[in-house]
Ligand binder design. Structure first.
Ligand code: ZN
Ligand code: ZN
Ligand code: ZN
Ligand code: ZN
Ligand code: ZN
Ligand code: ZN
Ligand code: ZN
Length: 495
């Protein structure tokens, strides 16, 4: 059952009526998705055959505990049990019968790693829909929208090397985007070769020169030039050679949007040529000439003009960009990145929402992204949760998610005390944490601050759980001589 996502709460669970144990349920399981409690009866019938009365007994115990979901896991199940189940199911009970054959079937699923088939078996049998907030997995399957897949052709498309994978820096990134889009944006890339020489007039001696290639980029829709240190420019300069003449995009879990270029290519190429020429540092040169004994210094600035640029290559290149919005728990994120290189343009998940440090995980409950300092692991389910969605036992420091935290709160300080550390006041039966547990000096039993009785003996404070214990101590005290009295007053409580 644990393999199917249920939490084993107690094994076995004793059912009591008025303090008397009337029977045991072999396992008490809990479904975190629907909050349902499930009673399990496990029996290997070796010596005596099972009887319908064993089923009736199980149902009685369930009635006492007000449990409506049961699993009958018996090696063989007498035929008389099935009609009893039918009757019970008319009164809103749900049972799953797990005999040896069925058990082996499930065991095979488990060996094959098909845990969801096991979960399906229990859920459908027990009528447990996940009525609480759907899990991430369920949300994802709901999002497998109707969407007919289209195949789109796109000229000069940069290849798609990166898909809609969740960010690799998150340890528990098993979610998918809600309505992912692949935006294909055209950019005009023009490569120029710039060549300019500065020579001494007359002699033609070469002083300095420019000999370089420049790749200039502008947005194919708006015509806005893209700066040379922009990621798009870097992407196009490094990858334009990989552009696919006839690129294909098959919509699969996303929709594609291909934008048509809206600029005049000739006009834009000229503009880019002017801008590129301007971006090249002019050549500052100096030389000396002699006339008789006199030397003359000359300096000159030689600018690179648009005519010094030769167009090597120009193309409208389609750049695929992922736009992936996520709706996880109560949080919304957007990630945008180039499908060719994975370079991030925008990533709302990259920084811890609380301290801005790099993130490491996402809270299973609310979906907040967090760094290692702001996320913790539940001792019961092993999932990761934020501080808001988890509690720490003040006694043993174990961490639990709120759905699976079993325990009470200390009546003195309000701190959470897990069920394995539960200590109750002898008088009022309230839970008390380690720090607020007072041990009776007479009987050693725990008592809360409110119900302790403290009395001073020769200036030493003695704490009792009850008037009864106090008077016991008192009468012994009075029987002793002076030294004995002192001894009794100073003696520490028995531990
Ligand atoms: Zn959370
Ligand atoms: Zn943080
Ligand atoms: Zn948990
Ligand atoms: Zn604890
Ligand atoms: Zn306390
Ligand atoms: Zn008390
Ligand atoms: Zn006592």
């Amino acid at each position: 059952m644990a393999a199917a996502g249920f939490v084993i709460r107690e094994q076995p669970h004793s059912v009591k009526v008025a303090g008397e144990i009337v029977g045991d349920l072999d396992i008490l399981a809990f479904d975190p998705k629907s909050d349902a409690v499930i009673a399990v009866s496990c029996k290997e019938w070796k010596d005596q055959p099972p009887h319908t009365k064993d089923f009736n007994h199980m149902k009685e115990l369930m009635d006492i505990e007000e449990i409506k979901h049961g699993v009958v896991a018996w090696t063989n199940v007498p035929a008389g049990v099935y009609p009893l189940i039918q009757i019970a199911e008319k009164k809103d009970y749900r049972f799953v019968v797990l005999d040896l054959n069925r058990y082996e079937e499930l065991h095979n699923h488990m060996l094959a790693g098909e845990r969801d088939r096991i979960e399906d078996f229990f859920r459908s049998g027990l009528g447990l829909a996940a009525t609480k907030a759907p899990t991430l997995g369920q949300e994802i399957s709901m999002r497998k929208a109707p969407a007919q897949k289209r195949t789109l052709h796109c000229h000069n498309l940069l290849p798609l090397h990166y898909g809609l994978d969740p960010p690799s820096y998150l340890r528990n990134a098993y979610f998918k985007p809600s309505e992912a889009k692949l935006r294909v944006v055209p950019f005009l890339l023009v490569n120029f070769h710039a060549h300019k020489e500065a020579r001494v007039p007359g002699t033609g001696e070469l002083l300095n020169s420019v000999n370089m290639e420049i790749g200039s980029v502008c947005n194919g829709i708006t015509g806005k030039p893209v700066s040379s240190d922009d990621l798009v420019t870097q992407l196009l300069r490094e990858h334009y050679g990989e552009a696919l003449k006839d690129g294909l995009i098959e919509e699969d879990g996303f929709s594609a949007e291909i934008y048509e270029p809206k600029i005049n290519k000739q006009e834009m190429t000229y503009k880019l040529r002017v801008d590129a020429a301007r971006s090249i540092e002019p050549l500052e040169v100096s030389w000396t000439t002699r006339r008789g004994d006199e030397e003359e210094e000359h300096t000159r600035t030689v600018e690179v003009t648009p005519n010094d640029l030769r167009e090597l290559h120009s193309a409208m290149i389609n750049v695929p960009i992922w736009h992936a919005p996520y709706h996880i728990g109560v949080h919304d994120y957007v990630r945008e990145y180039f499908a060719t290189t994975g370079w991030s343009i925008r990533d709302d998940m990259a920084c811890c929402l609380q301290c801005k440090q790099p993130t490491a995980a996402i809270c299973t409950k609310c979906g907040i992204v967090a760094c290692l300092n702001h996320i913790r692991e539940c001792k019961t389910c092993g999932q990761l949760f934020c501080y808001e969605d988890s509690v720490t036992c003040v006694n043993c420091s174990s961490i639990f998610c709120k759905a699976e935290a079993r325990g009470q709160f200390c009546m003195t300080c309000g701190g959470f005390v897990c069920s394995s550390d539960d200590v109750r006041c002898t008088t009022c039966n309230s839970t008390i944490c380690g720090e607020h547990t007072i041990k009776c000096i007479e009987c050693g039993k725990p008592v809360c601050e409110e119900h302790q009785i403290d009395v001073r003996y020769v200036g030493v404070k003695k704490r009792f759980c009850s008037e009864n214990c106090h008077s016991k101590f008192d009468s012994e005290y009075r029987k002793k001589g002076v030294l004995g009295k002192l001894g009794k007053a100073v003696k520490r409580s028995r531990s």
